[in-house]
Design a protein around this ligand. Sequence first.
Ligand code: ATP
Length: 245
Amino acid sequence: PGAPVVLSANSLRVRYRNGALGILDVSVEVKVGQVVALFGPNGAGKTTTVRAISGFLRSEGARVIDGSVSLMGRATTNMEPSRTARIGLAFVPERKKVFASLSVRENLEALGQLPPRAERAAAFQRVYDMFPILWERRRSQAGRLSGGQQQMLAIARGLLTDPRLLIIDEMTLGLHHSLHEPLFDAVREVAAQGTSVLLVDESTGFALDVADHCYLLSAGRTRMSGPAEEFRGSELLAAGYVDAE
Ligand code: ATP
């Protein structure tokens, strides 16, 4: 409480090109320094929500048709991803995270909006310090990294621009359980260094350990929100998962 708000999404309703409503009424808030987790069963609307916030929905012809998004206090509803990026948002999507045939270093250099030349070396140093394994493997083809290392590379790319907010969709999906903890440790470190994090994850255990605040979505609506402590062992959380279509 009291910390400035980085992201405020209010009562979002999203319509896809085919007329389907991806979400009906979702609200999410992220404050400076917070890690916020979005939970909910398949199809609840988590991906639609984070794509609406980042602007990537537009490429699918989908729109926010009701409600509003603001980032760093600026109105960004239905704004293009290149512009939300300039305001300070980095988005790590669910799929197609890295270029498999490029090296780790080339993946970092292939970023659309690299930091200005004078700051580039420091920016690379910062992400290599956070993920020493990426430094060790900087000349390896990204496709030869483990799934967990590829996810680290995707996060590192997002961090190169020193964003105010990092959104990670399905951070641990498909990754062996032993790889989850290092990724959540990285998220904690990212937040400690001043970048707020909004993450979608299935691995509720670690997410509850790392998150400050959580939201439960189901059937396109925010069903519950509160500090992570309140979510632990919550019947509503369990119910949200049982509800899955
Ligand atoms: P998961 O990540 O497990 O798929 P989710 O909570 O992220 O679940 P979404 O993928 O956001 O859920 O889906 C929310 C709703 O939007 C679903 O009813 C889904 O069918 C619909 N939807 C998603 N993508 C599209 C699309 N491209 N066109 C039409 N409807 C879509």
